[in-house]
Design a protein around this ligand. Structure first.
Ligand SMILES: NC(=O)c1ccc[n+]([C@@H]2O[C@H](COP(=O)([O-])OP(=O)(O)OC[C@H]3O[C@@H](n4cnc5c(N)ncnc54)[C@H](OP(=O)(O)O)[C@@H]3O)[C@@H](O)[C@H]2O)c1
Length: 223
């Protein structure tokens, strides 16, 4: 596939490298000027693209940016992107880092991002730590393979995302619709707990709406 990745930080760069190694054609962008971006892209086995070009002529787009940076993206970025292009979002909201966003008391994080992008999307790669994503992938069928959850409203897109995840070395669990995606947000039992498929399925079911933000903030206080 041709995949555009927006953000080459911890998560975006690992995804670019792994998916390029899996045979995909990867374009990346970040906030840097072109000469520096070109060096980063080359290191990842990708090509450099401007923010305007990264979403053009691709089969899938992965947004992997700080939560509060999405509002800085060009407003019409996805306007001409066909509806069959799969859009993925890896983001998580941390108020200490991203500032308080009152709306998120009622709205799941990726529903909020979907509103900013004006586009349906699939929430994925958010409930796996950078270290886990980089080092703990295993071949399909291997014992103890870690699973990550996929939430979204388009079943066809979720199937494609599951294949992409598999190529990075992880199993997947269907986390339900995007409105159910609070079950995989920071502070939930499913968040970065390195569970296998059966355990993650249970963890998503065990999540209690409204409890996660307090747990998330407690963990950050302790860290
Ligand atoms: N780190 C983890 O373990 C982890 C795990 C799962 C999910 N997540 C979530 O995934 C997202 C990305 O995390 P990360 O740790 O990879 O973040 P990061 O290391 O801070 O990288 C963020 C990337 O976004 C780019 N960026 C910021 N604003 C941009 C803009 N307006 N246009 C284009 N690119 C822009 C940055 O560009 P520059 O390089 O030019 O600064 C950087 O490459 C976050 O929402 C995070 O919460 C993180």
């Amino acid at each position: 596939m041709k995949i555009g990745i927006i953000g080459t930080g911890a998560i975006g760069s690992i995804l670019a490298e792994k998916l390029s190694q899996a045979g995909h054609h990867i374009k990346v962008t970040n906030t840097r000027a072109m000469p520096e971006l070109e060096k980063i892209a080359a290191r990842l086995g990708a090509t450099a693209a401007t923010i305007q070009d990264v979403a053009k002529d691709v089969d899938a787009i992965i947004f992997s940016m700080p939560f509060n940076a999405y509002k800085n993206l060009p407003k019409d970025l996805l306007k001409d992107v066909a509806q069959d292009v799969v859009v993925m979002d890896t983001s998580n909201y941390y108020p200490f880092r991203d500032g308080e966003i009152a709306e998120l008391e009622d709205v799941p994080e990726s529903v909020y991002i979907s509103g900013i992008l004006n586009r349906p999307l699939v929430k994925v790669f958010n409930n796996i730590l950078e270290h886990t994503l980089k080092y703990k992938g295993k071949a399909v069928g291997a014992e103890g393979r870690i699973a990550i959850s996929i939430a979204g409203d388009n079943e066809e897109h979720k199937k494609i995302v599951a294949e992409v995840v598999d190529q990075t070395g992880f199993d997947t669990v269907d986390g339900g619709s995007l409105s159910e995606s609070w079950r995989q947000q920071p502070g939930t039992p499913a968040y970065c707990t390195e569970l296998n498929e059966a355990e993650l399925t249970q963890a998503l079911a065990d999540a209690v709406k409204g409890k996660a933000p307090a747990i998330r903030d407690l963990i950050m206080d302790k860290l």
